[in-house]
Design a protein. Structure first.
Length: 103
Protein backbone atom coordinates (compact mmCIF):
# COMPACT_ATOMS: atom_id res chain seq x y z
CA UNK A 1 0.00 0.00 0.00
CA UNK A 2 1.45 3.35 -0.94
CA UNK A 3 1.70 6.34 1.38
CA UNK A 4 -1.01 8.36 -0.39
CA UNK A 5 -3.53 5.55 0.03
CA UNK A 6 -2.60 5.18 3.70
CA UNK A 7 -2.94 8.92 4.30
CA UNK A 8 -6.30 8.93 2.49
CA UNK A 9 -7.60 6.07 4.63
CA UNK A 10 -6.35 7.71 7.82
CA UNK A 11 -8.01 11.01 6.80
CA UNK A 12 -11.26 9.20 5.96
CA UNK A 13 -11.30 7.47 9.34
CA UNK A 14 -10.58 10.77 11.08
CA UNK A 15 -13.34 12.58 9.16
CA UNK A 16 -15.76 9.75 9.85
CA UNK A 17 -15.08 10.02 13.60
CA UNK A 18 -15.88 13.74 13.44
CA UNK A 19 -19.17 13.06 11.64
CA UNK A 20 -20.14 10.46 14.22
CA UNK A 21 -19.33 12.83 17.08
CA UNK A 22 -21.38 15.61 15.44
CA UNK A 23 -24.34 13.29 14.89
CA UNK A 24 -24.20 12.16 18.53
CA UNK A 25 -24.16 15.80 19.62
CA UNK A 26 -27.23 16.51 17.48
CA UNK A 27 -29.01 13.55 19.05
CA UNK A 28 -28.21 14.86 22.53
CA UNK A 29 -29.37 18.37 21.59
CA UNK A 30 -32.71 17.11 20.27
CA UNK A 31 -33.36 14.73 23.16
CA UNK A 32 -36.01 17.03 24.62
CA UNK A 33 -37.86 17.51 21.33
CA UNK A 34 -41.27 15.88 21.13
CA UNK A 35 -43.06 14.54 18.12
CA UNK A 36 -43.38 11.30 16.24
CA UNK A 37 -41.19 12.37 13.30
CA UNK A 38 -38.37 13.51 15.60
CA UNK A 39 -38.57 10.26 17.57
CA UNK A 40 -38.44 8.18 14.37
CA UNK A 41 -35.55 10.23 13.02
CA UNK A 42 -33.62 9.91 16.29
CA UNK A 43 -34.19 6.14 16.31
CA UNK A 44 -32.98 5.74 12.71
CA UNK A 45 -30.00 7.98 13.37
CA UNK A 46 -29.02 6.02 16.46
CA UNK A 47 -29.22 2.75 14.53
CA UNK A 48 -27.13 4.16 11.68
CA UNK A 49 -24.58 5.56 14.14
CA UNK A 50 -24.22 2.17 15.79
CA UNK A 51 -23.65 0.61 12.37
CA UNK A 52 -21.19 3.34 11.40
CA UNK A 53 -19.21 2.88 14.61
CA UNK A 54 -18.98 -0.85 13.96
CA UNK A 55 -17.79 -0.30 10.38
CA UNK A 56 -15.30 2.33 11.55
CA UNK A 57 -13.85 -0.09 14.08
CA UNK A 58 -13.50 -2.69 11.31
CA UNK A 59 -11.79 -0.17 9.00
CA UNK A 60 -9.39 0.88 11.74
CA UNK A 61 -8.53 -2.75 12.45
CA UNK A 62 -7.80 -3.36 8.76
CA UNK A 63 -5.59 -0.26 8.51
CA UNK A 64 -3.71 -1.24 11.68
CA UNK A 65 -3.23 -4.81 10.45
CA UNK A 66 -1.88 -3.62 7.10
CA UNK A 67 0.47 -1.15 8.79
CA UNK A 68 1.76 -3.88 11.08
CA UNK A 69 2.24 -6.22 8.11
CA UNK A 70 4.18 -3.55 6.24
CA UNK A 71 6.35 -2.96 9.29
CA UNK A 72 7.03 -6.68 9.65
CA UNK A 73 7.89 -6.95 5.95
CA UNK A 74 10.31 -4.04 6.23
CA UNK A 75 11.85 -5.55 9.36
CA UNK A 76 12.23 -8.94 7.67
CA UNK A 77 13.83 -7.32 4.62
CA UNK A 78 16.34 -5.42 6.74
CA UNK A 79 17.23 -8.58 8.66
CA UNK A 80 17.59 -10.60 5.45
CA UNK A 81 19.57 -7.89 3.56
CA UNK A 82 21.27 -5.64 6.13
CA UNK A 83 23.92 -4.18 3.81
CA UNK A 84 21.44 -3.46 1.07
CA UNK A 85 19.22 -1.68 3.63
CA UNK A 86 22.20 0.37 4.86
CA UNK A 87 23.03 1.31 1.27
CA UNK A 88 19.47 2.38 0.55
CA UNK A 89 19.33 4.44 3.75
CA UNK A 90 22.66 6.10 2.90
CA UNK A 91 21.45 6.91 -0.61
CA UNK A 92 18.21 8.41 0.66
CA UNK A 93 20.16 10.42 3.24
CA UNK A 94 22.50 11.70 0.54
CA UNK A 95 19.63 12.80 -1.69
CA UNK A 96 17.86 14.53 1.22
CA UNK A 97 21.12 16.21 2.22
CA UNK A 98 21.67 17.47 -1.33
CA UNK A 99 18.12 18.83 -1.51
CA UNK A 100 18.46 20.61 1.82
CA UNK A 101 21.87 21.96 0.80
CA UNK A 102 20.40 23.67 -2.28
CA UNK A 103 18.14 25.88 -0.18
Amino acid sequence: MNDITQVSKDKLISDFKVVIADAEEILRATAGQAGEKIADLREKTQARLADAKYKLAEAEAIVIDKAKAAGRAADDYVHDHPWRAVGIAAGVGLVIGMLIGRR
